[in-house]
Design a protein around this ligand. Structure first.
Ligand code: FAD
Length: 561
């Protein structure tokens, strides 16, 4: 990775992300591997969760090598990116779920405790009961794969749990679908004042991220394409509002996409209230506070969908406390996705993240190594090499750099290295580290996406599959600490394939690798093809495409069953 003339930060970061220049790593923990002996009993692998990360792991794992047990309260995998489509009946719930994998032992249960010292997990079944009658059981493991995902975070906002709908699980989407029809039926009853009808037909989405925006767009399409024909008398009373605390919606996308979405929503009559934080939800009012002047506003509503953030599951929180990882949202792992200071336990998907503290420690080490003459300065070219290393070692940093506004990064780096574009320019290391520390403090906000979860699951399964081979021929980098020789495996590296935001009215926006932005009707067709191809099986692919076709021909089904 060599900085190009003109010092385009995006180019620099993408160059940095594209590899090369990697030498050694400062990870202190030795990576473990199963006993390669053919005669030894198969090692026990317990997988917690059947979401994106767990399913991708299981799909890619050679299950004949291990004794695999899977624990999850849902005996299926749900294709979450299509959940907003389920809320309005564009796609049926059964079309986006895939039943459990038949090659592994599956227990429909919830894990409520991980005991890393005894290498056991404690679970509770909701369906069957054991002899004690409480459905509890315990499983021991040699390797534990924690893929428990995240839960909804309400940021302790009063009334949210009681009065808002969420959009995290298939059941949530089904509940919203019924709720929307309920509102229309209720507003059609006689003897209801117009004011009351307006309240019932006010759909409020709290959170202007991709999920909230997509739900609002689906809701608008449902209204203008289907419901107006069924409820012509009340169609003019319907209102959709998005409340967003930041100054724009879709902040993790390119600014052009955010403003395209805002303009489209304005044309569609969807109100976008930016700069407001919801502080309370009661059974008929949503109270929000304007961030600029602290003014409070209350709006009546019929249905509120909370899509403002994700939090930690209690079982993960309890495990984090046991291993001393408090005050974090997710489990800290090393670059090989092993939970820090925890032998044989791996964490993937939304419940995991690369340790922040370690990132800065390691960045310091990388700088020290690059500064061979101990001058306290590096050339821009050397800095670029350092970025290479950092991005390769910390996929979250790379992901964050790609997902956050490039302008911020550009300012950041320019501030640190000045405006000169010369590769030979000398940069003060401390200044540059200060700038990176700023990035580091922001990394916590790296998005938790299905893309990351699926790639982590695949990577980990491949490591498990080639443990024996890599024990003899390690493919990883040299260890900088905690042992001699090489790591068994290459560290995990996230590849960003871009992201979509469907905006309704057969229009979508896409941010694709190479800073390529595309918006409009053609992008919607790209969305259809990508989401059809990303289905985990031919069964769901056929079901989803036939649902889309059915919707095109007959419209959505608005019956409440
Ligand atoms: P999950 O997929 O949430 O899976 C967690 C698993 O753990 C589930 O099987 C759950 O049943 C199980 N589990 C929970 N508790 C327990 C327990 N106690 N014991 C055992 N098992 C348990 N990402 C994208 O990249 N693109 C998108 O377009 C996109 N759209 C989205 C739309 C919506 C509406 C939502 C909600 C998310 C979307 N995401 C998208 C994010 C994506 O779904 C998550 O990042 C992804 O699901 C994370 O995968 P995971 O395996 O870590 O967690």
């Amino acid at each position: 990775g060599i900085a190009r003339p003109g010092f385009s930060t995006a180019a620099l970061l993408l160059t940095a992300a594209s590899g090369g220049g990697l030498v050694a790593y400062a990870d202190s923990a030795a990576e473990s591997a199963p006993d390669p002996s053919q005669d030894a009993p198969r090692k026990k692998v317990v997988v917690l969760g059947t979401g994106w990360a767990g399913t991708s792991f299981l799909k890619n794992l050679d299950c004949s090598r291990y004794e695999v047990k899977v624990i999850s309260p849902r005996n299926y995998f749900a294709f979450t990116p299509l959940l907003p489509s389920v809320t309005c009946g564009t796609v049926e719930p059964r079309s986006i779920i895939e039943p459990k994998n038949k090659d592994v032992t599956f227990c429909e249960a919830e894990c409520f405790k991980i005991d890393a010292n005894r290498k056991t997990v404690h679970c509770r079944s909701a369906v069957g009961t054991n002899l004690d009658g409480n459905g509890d059981f315990m499983l021991d493991y040699d390797y534990l794969v924690v893929a428990l995902g995240a839960t909804v975070s309400t940021f302790n906002t009063p009334g949210v749990l009681e009065h808002c709908c969420f959009l995290k699980e298939v059941e949530d989407a089904q509940k919203i679908r019924k709720g929307v029809i309920d509102c229309f039926e209720k507003a059609s009853l006689p003897n209801i004042s117009e004011e009351e009808k307006r309240k019932i037909l006010h759909f409020v989405v709290i959170g202007g991220g991709p999920t909230g925006v997509e739900f609002a767009a689906e809701m608008h399409d449902f209204l203008v394409e289907d419901l107006v024909k069924l409820y012509p008398a009340i169609q003019d009373l319907v209102k959709i509002t998005i409340i967003q605390s930041a100054e724009h919606i879709l902040t993790m996308f390119d600014e052009r996409i955010a403003s395209f979405a805002e303009q489209k929503f304005k044309r569609d009559g969807i109100e976008v209230c930016t700069g407001f934080r919801v502080i309370k939800v009661s059974d008929d009012l949503i109270t929000m506070k304007r961030k600029s002047d602290g003014e409070e506003l209350s709006v009546p509503y019929g249905m509120a969908v909370w899509s403002a953030g994700i939090g930690t599951r209690p079982v993960v929180m309890d495990f984090m406390q046991q291993i001393g990882q408090t005050n974090r949202r997710a489990l800290a792992t090393n670059e090989w996705l092993r939970v820090r200071e925890c032998e044989g336990v791996y964490a993937i998907g939304d419940c995991a993240t690369v340790s922040q503290r370690k990132i800065m420690d390691d960045i310091s080490t990388v700088f020290k190594m690059a500064d061979k003459d101990n001058s306290g300065t590096l050339t821009l070219k050397e800095i670029n090499g350092v970025l290479d290393d950092i991005c390769i070692r910390y996929p979250q940093v790379e992901l964050y750099m790609k997902s956050m506004h490039m302008l911020d990064i550009a300012d950041l780096i320019k501030g640190a290295v000045g405006d000169s574009h010369k590769e030979s320019m000398v940069v003060d290391i401390e200044e540059f580290k200060k700038a990176l520390r700023h990035v580091d403090s922001q990394v916590k906000n790296a998005p938790a996406t299905a893309q990351v979860a699926a790639q982590q699951g695949q990577y980990l399964a491949q490591c498990f599959n080639k443990m024996e081979k890599c024990r003899e021929e390690p493919e990883g980098p040299l260890r900088m600490a905690g042992g001699s020789g090489r790591h068994f495996f290459r560290p995990f590296r996230y590849k960003h394939f871009g992201q979509f935001a469907p905006l309704g009215g057969e229009q979508a926006a896409a941010e694709l690798p190479g800073d390529w932005v595309s918006m409009g009707h053609s992008t919607q067709w790209l969305w259809y093809s990508v989401y059809a191809s990303k289905q985990v099986s031919w069964r769901t692919r056929v079901l989803v495409v036939s649902d889309w076709t059915r919707r095109f021909i007959f419209g959505r089904d608005s019956s409440r069953i």
